[in-house]
Design a protein around this ligand. Structure first.
Ligand code: HEC
Length: 177
């Protein structure tokens, strides 16, 4: 070991003990970066470090409440009740793969329900789409929805369903926008 190397080693030790990240010129001229942990990074060109530090900033955090989240469990429960109650014998609903024709279609019924309560001939008590759907199920004679094969197979009341079942059923129908 010659004197130069000894001095270099000494300087290195002092700098490392000082807790600094240092950069020394290796004999071949390439920069060698040493950290306090003593790891030497691969020799590289002395360019300014360009680490992608702003990856977090670039993608704005999506707003979780931007669109109302769907309760998949309640939705599945509602669909199961719809199928088990044979609603599809009279109603068409793509989401339940039913093709009944005696009652109005349930495709977009969540949307249609709002139009029903806006109908001047509607005399029921519902003020929201969800109220209207519930009323249609438990008291179908309140309002005779257009689009049905009138009177041939009237909508029976499903007032015997439990509140929980009705909640799920209404929720499921409400999602059909
Ligand atoms: C025997 C045939 C039949 C069955 C079974 C039946 N419905 Fe109906 N449904 C009708 C008819 C007919 C109408 C239209 C007349 C009326 O509004 O009462 C209707 C209307 C409705 C409406 C109002 C539709 C609108 O466009 O405003 C809803 C909601 C509804 N039914 C839900 C259901 C659900 C949920 C089930 C199962 C639990 C079901 N129906 C079972 C015949 C049926």
């Amino acid at each position: 070991m010659n004197v130069m190397h000894m001095i270099q080693a000494l300087l290195l030790t002092l700098l490392l003990l000082g807790g600094q990240v240092i950069r020394v010129e290796a004999e071949n001229g390439a920069a060698v970066v040493l950290t306090t942990a003593g790891q030497a990074a691969a020799p590289r060109q002395p360019t300014p470090t360009s680490r992608p530090t702003q990856t977090h900033r670039q993608t704005p955090t999506p707003q979780p409440e931007a669109t109302p989240s769907v309760d998949a469990k309640l939705l599945a429960a509602g669909k199961a009740i719809y199928l088990a109650s044979y609603c599809g014998v009279c109603h068409t609903l793509a989401a339940a793969q039913t093709t009944g024709i005696f009652g109005p279609s349930h495709d977009h019924i969540g949307h249609t329900a709002r139009q029903r309560i806006a109908d001047p001939t509607y005399q029921g008590a519902a003020t929201t789409a969800s109220d209207y759907l519930r009323e249609s199920i438990v008291a179908p004679s309140t309002y005779f929805a257009p689009g049905a094969m009138n009177g041939r197979h009237p909508m029976p009341s499903y007032a015997h369903l439990s509140d929980a079942d009705l909640d799920a059923l209404v929720y499921f129908l409400l999602q059909q926008q």
